[in-house]
Every structure is written in structure tokens, then in C-alpha cells.
Design a protein around this ligand. Structure first.
Ligand SMILES: *Cc1c(COP(=O)(O)O)cnc(C)c1O
Length: 397
């Protein structure tokens, strides 16, 4: 690409990750790296560990950070918890549950899947059936995606936990909270989740590059009995006071300083306020979709309003709509970047991210850019903007 002219103002980033970075996070990134023994390195890691425990409402879970992305966090739980040839249950949520399943199988483990029904969250009855069918308890863990960032459906985790309990199956409960942590409550202890994993670049407002894995004592005990070979991902050597061992080498210092700053912002605003802001902005986007869909062309991908995510909204388009061209129009002419649909949904819809460092103005900007792009592309739509403004004017309810 040739050098392009400076873009005046700011391009609004509404992919469901990576998300925009607050100034305080950018400031952390421009600091000088430090000598490995500098106590500030350990202090930053320590603050991040305590911050994650606070955000996850957990007293005792161990928090591990990896220089990796969400796929790295997926590999962490497979390699630590599941012996070679062992089995896990991955309930279908869409593209992300399937990608995790494919990765788990590539690592030589067996995956039991429950079917994914488009537009719906996890099918609890199918999970129960799969666990009841597993009479000899070969399934080591249930790997559940909380918010599937492709479908934009969120599964009710307390209901899933209760469904698993009702079967009496001892499988560990492992939650992928990559798209939800920082946007809505993920109370690890109350959910009796044995492992919660996440990544830095979504609601946590930090650049891509840090995978986060919180592990309770029961999961740590299962891992300790797993004879499978592992090294970089292994939890045991990372249970150390030394930052060099915690990271199996040099810590990604600036990313950890950025995460420290981002967690500080979340606690300054207050977790409840952060979650309420996400609910209001999600409702605003949903109000816009309600307006757009009146023309009969666009619709929600997630049919059940209760299952619609606070982080991202997937919107279906009529067959023949060129989603990539529409994204290019929005990006190049209106400075709004949003995402296409993934996997089996590719070409059938688009996604608006509304997680992380977002506010009413950024959401109105995004919705305006999308509506203008719909207009340029000739996609029939009602007035979503008016509904979004009404929703924001009504405020939090
Ligand atoms: C983004 C995402 C991932 C993958 O994260 P990467 O950092 O892109 O590897 C996994 N699970 C969910 C739910 C996600 O939203």
C-alpha cells in the first residue's frame, strides 16, 4: 500500500476485538521496557493478577498470563487439563465453539459436540444428554463459549452450570469469556467455573497479545495428574513468585502495563457502571437494528432478545448483499470500521462491536456510519438512527 493522506478526526473502531485503546492505555505502551529484575515488573504483574481476581469475583483462583491470543488460551486449557487421547464436551455456539473443537482435535484429543442451532445460545438439554451418555465419565471438561463473537449470542452461564450439576457428571466447567469479561459479570466462584479464560483485546481495552487463564484448585489438581507432555503452557512452573517463571521467559512488559492501566480504568468507573454502560449501548444498537429491520431486509441473527450479547451484534443481510463492499464504504467514506460475519455466516451478515472503551457518541457515530453505508449500497432499511437516539435519550432503565 502506498502512503495515504492523514485521516482527519478519528476512525471509529467497532470490530468486536481488537477494540479502541483509552489514552491511559496508550500512555502505558510508550514507556521504556525494564530490566527483568526491576521490582516494577513484578508489581505490574501482581496488580494485574489481583485485578483479574477482582473482576472475576474469585478469592483463590490462580491467574496465569501468556504472551498469546485467545487461541493460545484455548491451547492452555487443552494441554493442561486433557490427557492425550482424552475427551471434552464442546457445546455448539457457532464459529468459536467449532474453532476451539477443531484446535482441540488437532492436539490429539477427542471432542464430543452438541449441535449448534443458528441464532440460539447453548442447548442445555443437549449438553445434559451428552453428559448422561458419557457413563464412564471419559469427558474431562465442558468447554463453554460464553459469548460467541460470531453469532453474538450469549449463553446463560448459571443455567448451564445448573444443567451440568443436574446430571451428576464430574466434568470440569471451563468458560471462554474472551468476548464477555469486562463487559458483563463473569463471577467465577459463584458460577463454580473451574477455569475462565480471556484475552486482552476485547472488553479489556488492551492491545492483542495477552491471554488470561484463571484456574481453581480443582482444575489445578486435574492438571497435576495429567501425564501429557507440555512446557510453555504448563501451569506448574508458572506458579512461581518470579516473573521470568510466571511467563516462561520475558514478560510482555508493555502489554502488562497497558492491562494494568485498563483494569485501573474499569475499577475507577466501577464494575457495575461498566456493565450498565455496556447494557445501555447494546440496547442502543439493538434499537437501531429494530429500526433498520422495518424495511424487511435486515434482521437480528440472534432471535431470542434475552440471548443478545452486550458486546457485539450480528445483523443478517439479504442474499446478494456485498458485505465487504459495504464495510469498505463505511470505513473509507465514513470512518467507521465494523466487522463481517465469520465461518458459516460469512457473507450473510455483518457485526457491530460495542464493547470496551465505547460511549454514546462513539455508538451513534458507528450506527450513523453503518446507516450511511446501507444507503450508499442500496440496502433497504428503516430509520435506525432515530430509534438509537430515542433509546439514549430515555437513558438507563
Ligand atoms: C476473539 C475470540 C477468541 C479468539 O481470540 P484470538 O485472540 O483472536 O485468538 C476466542 N473466543 C472468543 C469468544 C472470542 O471472541
Amino acid at each position: 500500500m502506498t502512503q495515504t493522506a492523514r485521516i482527519p478526526g478519528r476512525r471509529l473502531l467497532h470490530s468486536p476485538g481488537p477494540t479502541p485503546l483509552p489514552e491511559e492505555v496508550l500512555d502505558a505502551l510508550r514507556r521504556q521496557p525494564m530490566d527483568l529484575g526491576d521490582p516494577r515488573v513484578s508489581a505490574t504483574i501482581d496488580t494485574c493478577e489481583r485485578g483479574l481476581r477482582r473482576l472475576l469475583c474469585t478469592e483463590a483462583a490462580d491467574v496465569f498470563f501468556y504472551a498469546a491470543n485467545g487461541h493460545g488460551a484455548w491451547e492452555v486449557v487443552v494441554e493442561n487439563l486433557v490427557p492425550p487421547g482424552g475427551a471434552v464436551l464442546i457445546p455448539g455456539t457457532g464459529h468459536f465453539s467449532e474453532s476451539w473443537a477443531v484446535q482441540t482435535e488437532a492436539l490429539g484429543r477427542r471432542v464430543v459436540r452438541t449441535p449448534w442451532v443458528e441464532g440460539l445460545p447453548i442447548d442445555l438439554a443437549a449438553v445434559q444428554q451428552a453428559l448422561r451418555d458419557d457413563r464412564d465419565h471419559a469427558i474431562v471438561a465442558v468447554f463453554a463459549v460464553h459469548t460467541d463473537t460470531s453469532s453474538s449470542a450469549t449463553t446463560d452461564l448459571p443455567a448451564l452450570r445448573a444443567a451440568i450439576d443436574a446430571t451428576g457428571h464430574p466434568a470440569l466447567f471451563v468458560v471462554d469469556a474472551v468476548a464477555s469479561l469486562g463487559a458483563m459479570p463473569v463471577p467465577m466462584d459463584a458460577l463454580r467455573a473451574n477455569v475462565v479464560l480471556s484475552a486482552s483485546q476485547k472488553a479489556l481495552m488492551t492491545p492483542p497479545g495477552v491471554a488470561i487463564v484463571a484456574v481453581d484448585a480443582q482444575a489445578a489438581a486435574v492438571a497435576a495428574r495429567n501425564p501429557g507432555p507440555r512446557f510453555y503452557w504448563d501451569w506448574r512452573p508458572r506458579q512461581s513468585e518470579l516473573s521470568y517463571r510466571k511467563f516462561c521467559g520475558t514478560a510482555p512488559q508493555n502489554l502488562m502495563m497497558a492491562l494494568e492501566a485498563a483494569l485501573g480504568l474499569i475499577f475507577l468507573e466501577g464494575e457495575d457502571a461498566v456493565f450498565a454502560r455496556h447494557r445501555l449501548l447494546a440496547r442502543t444498537v439493538q434499537a437501531a437494528v429494530e429500526g433498520w429491520r422495518t424495511a424487511g431486509a435486515l434482521d437480528f441473527f440472534v432471535r431470542d432478545p434475552a440471548a443478545r450479547s452486550v458486546s457485539v451484534t450480528t445483523i443478517t443481510v439479504p442474499p446478494g448483499t456485498d458485505v465487504d463492499a459495504m464495510r469498505a464504504v463505511a470505513r473509507d467514506r465514513f470512518q467507521v470500521a465494523f466487522a463481517g460475519a465469520l465461518g458459516p455466516l460469512a457473507g450473510r451478515g455483518f457485526r457491530i462491536g460495542h464493547l470496551g472503551d465505547q460511549n454514546a457518541a462513539s455508538i451513534l457515530g458507528a450506527l450513523g456510519g453503518v446507516q450511511a453505508a446501507l444507503r450508499v449500497m442500496g440496502v433497504p432499511h428503516g430509520d435506525g438512527m432515530a430509534r438509537a437516539v430515542e433509546c439514549l435519550a430515555a437513558g438507563d432503565a
